[in-house]
Design a protein around this ligand. Structure first.
Ligand SMILES: Nc1nc2c(ncn2[C@@H]2O[C@H](COP(=O)(O)OP(=O)(O)OP(=O)(O)O)[C@@H](O)[C@H]2O)c(=O)[nH]1
Ligand SMILES: O=C(O)[C@H](O)COP(=O)(O)O
Length: 216
């Protein structure tokens, strides 16, 4: 059985704030929606994947989830880790023994990245390319690593694994590592994400700007 994949999505109107130097509020809202759309479209190409859920209280994100036949898990308190813990408990209670978390801001995500994630032995994390964050994780009923998404989450997940004597696998894949957080992350998306919704939106939005950000 493949893991249930949980995609946490915060309110689109509050998303992608670190891009505010290059994108207006409406553009960032549309970008967050485009990224969720791209993520679900990539997951839909993985035929072995059995179930997907979006953890959100954003009405538009709920609509997009429904378009792709994904389940919706509530995030009533708008608090990432508790919302993920609650969704994971519900999934485990159904007899599904593995749960993957996948952030919705990975514009270079490919179907093979998703296969690597869902086939990983739990517990596993996919660190962000900044070496500090965590973009994805796989956990299991037998190795239910607590969620510590937020600042310095890679270190927090490593420490949690150590405390529970769990061997934590690290997944090193471009599409899982390259998140779209700051302007410096944009050029790689324009160059490599071809015709995804998010890349198309970025190209259109930035076409009118005099200077593109420099890649890091
Ligand atoms: N359900 C839910 N998802 C969240 C929450 N906070 C963050 N996320 C999601 O977690 C992933 C990583 O989010 P962040 O990088 O923290 O936020 P962001 O909107 O992408 O970017 P910034 O506003 O620049 O921090 C994205 O898929 C977010 O939508 C939350 O409180 N609830
Ligand atoms: O654990 C994390 O890294 C945070 O949830 C934030 O993700 P980010 O790398 O997209 O900022």
């Amino acid at each position: 059985m493949t893991p249930h994949v949980l995609i946490p999505v915060k309110r689109f109107s509050e998303a992608k704030t670190r891009l505010s130097a290059v994108l207006g509020h409406t553009e960032r809202r549309h970008l967050a929606a485009a990224l969720l759309h791209d993520t679900l479209a990539t997951l839909a190409r993985v035929s072995m994947l059995e179930s997907v859920g979006v953890v959100t209280d954003d009405p538009q994100a709920i609509e997009i989830a429904h378009i792709f036949g994904a389940e919706v898990h509530p995030d009533a308190t708008r608090d990432l880790n508790p919302a993920l813990e609650a969704a994971r408990s519900r999934i485990f209670a159904r007899g599904i023994e593995r749960v993957a978390v996948l952030h919705a801001d990975l514009p270079l995500l490919s179907a093979s990245d998703v296969v690597a994630l869902i086939c990983a032995r739990a517990p596993a994390i996919a660190p962000a390319r900044d070496g500090i964050g965590t973009n994805a994780m796989v956990t299991s009923l037998r190795a239910p690593l607590a969620f510590h998404f937020g600042p310095h989450s890679k270190r927090a997940h490593q420490r949690a694994a150590q405390r529970h004597d769990l061997t934590l696998q690290t997944l090193d894949h471009l599409g899982l590592a390259h998140d779209l957080d700051s302007p410096q992350d944009i050029p790689a998306v324009l160059a490599q994400a071809a015709n995804s919704r998010s890349a198309t939106l970025l190209r259109k939005a930035l076409a009118t700007r005099a200077q593109l950000p420099v890649a890091s």
